[in-house]
Design a protein around this ligand. Sequence first.
Ligand code: DHE
Length: 674
Amino acid sequence: MFKPIPKILFFLLVALVLAACGSDAGPGPDTTVDAEDAAAIFQKGGCVACHVIPGVPGAVGTIGPDLSQMGDTAKEHLQSEAYTGAAKTAEEYIREAVIEPDAFVPADCPSGPCQPGQMTPTLAELFSEEELNTIVQYLSSLPNEAIADVDQSEAVAAGEAPTLTDEEFSKASQIFFDRCAGCHGVLRNGATGPALTPENTLPKGTVGLSTIIFNGTPRGMPDWGKQGVLTQEETELMAKFVQNEPPHPPEMSMEQMKDSWNLIVPVDERPTAPEHDRNWENFFAVTLRDAGQVAVIDGDTFEVVNKVDTGYAVHISRMSATGRYILTIGRDGKAVMIDTWMEVPDKVAEAKVCYDARSIEVSKYVGEDGDFSDKYTVVGCYWPPHFVILDGQTLEPFKVVSTRSYTYDTEEYHPEPRVASIVASHFKPEWIINVKESGQIWLVDYSDPVNPTIKMIEAERFLHDGGWDSTQRYFLVAANQANKVAVVDAQEGILEAMVDTPKTPHPGRGANWNDPEFGPVWSTSHLGEGALIAIGTDPVNHPESAWKVVRDIPLLGGGGLFIKTHPNSKWIWADHVLNSDETIQRSICVIDKENPTETHKCWEAADYGRAVHFEYNQDGTQVWVSIWGNADQPGKTGEIVIYDDATLEEVARIPDLVTPTGKFNVYNTVHDIY
Ligand code: DHE
């Protein structure tokens, strides 16, 4: 618990240090600073949200540089050749850093070099001259041993939450659902992003929170303001909203799910054979995120065969076990089934089984225990936190299972354990369902889906995305905020290993390849740093490398979301979608599997937007990359770039698609080829 230092002592401490600083002791004749006043000014400026500032309650931010040694740091930077500002003294340096932050952008941010534009330039308008002098003097006095030991980790909440009108509150709730809930949770308890409950947000204040929301952070928080997604006004609205208690969204009953069920084409009215001559196994289902559509694109001819209205922001597509049906799930919790055999592939069924969802999978097992291909579909929901089993031919929902449970480590009740990735086993009638907040991996036996057997495996918190190893016996899933990958042996039904990784692994489904030295490996890239790692996956023939990070290959920077390879390819492809640098976010890299120590080549896939997600065509000869543009900018809404995998030459572009993101080839998705 933070214990405030008695005011008089604080006052003396800072005065003492400043006196010791001699002629460097700050502008103006008054060299004493009231530390409580300084703390209030830092709070007002929102500085606590991004910086560690000794003696200031709640100033434990790790986005900007740690200011604990600021007096010394300023002098060092002034002497460095890299310095680009106009200051001559440490005090002038600090003043310049506050009111004109881009005059010199230091390389001292906790997760790498700071970025221009990261610190708000509006503090000059916010602070009076007197306030500015106070914080310049305070910072000049650092390091200050007398306050270095103050425990400031638990800040005292700074005041009341700002009030919002009903209209503002409802607008902010919608923005939060659209943009923020995925990472921070509907109830804001935190997951990929930190918890945004009032005890955490109030001390940061409206200005501090606005700065983060507008400018983003190097650790993966998008720069919503800079991207033009939120206006300055909306940014401030969100900063105020998150200082209030989160609203509790409604539950959803089976009756509501059934009411939403729409069987558009009954099974007996569907084609009994493909009604076209196209190679439907080489179709791609492409998410057109902000159009609320999925494009079905012919992988042989690159023609857009149909754009199917699916609902809001489809997140992923998966294929039925036979490949005939494309199953999509949107962030609105709506599952849609598209029949690829129709003359013009279109949707044949849909059902909304939650308000917020990210995953969908099918039953794939065929064997001694029965033929379950195309029999069931399962949807994993973020809100309400549950999974729902639906009929695999009609999407009629019939079973809902809550994932509300207890955290695996502290055994505390969690009201919102969300369903992240789901995969279907090929050799058991089983789904592997990853429950994010409780850190449990559920092995769900669907052979009797009304009475499912569930084995709960303790793993790690904030499970997110993952994929099979090349034998499809082991499932590797990122516990991204814990910087770990959990490995489940689906054959034995046990946790096989827990592997430490660089910051925030984000594999998509990962990439399986043969390392020349370490044998079969599975790879992931990372949101938090520019690193592509390889984890050994062959405990029988390569026991010394199994479940260890055997390669750590540098990429251009963090912000990586997806990688991909194919057994016929010599490359591993990697993106940097969420990097804060505009050039890097549209750059892609390939790594040569024969020489996996560095990137072979990196290049910009477009001159706008972000390059995101890869998929191979059926025979593994071409790679598709999405350019995720802006739905409001004609000509720059997005496109797909297709490369020859052998030569890395561009083969074609499919232009004018609205914000394409994920792409799923029918054949590769059915067979889990990645
Ligand atoms: Fe995704 C996969 C959740 C942001 C595009 N995403 C997944 C999966 C989960 C998930 C749980 C694994 C599904 C599976 O395998 O069953 N994604 C989330 C989030 O919670 C998060 C961080 C924030 C949010 O609010 O959604 C998020 N995801 C994004 C994006 O911003 C992306 C780039 C664009 C978008 O649609 O919003 C995006 N996610 C994807 C894609 C996949 C995915 C393309 C599937 C990758 C694959 O190859 O399987």
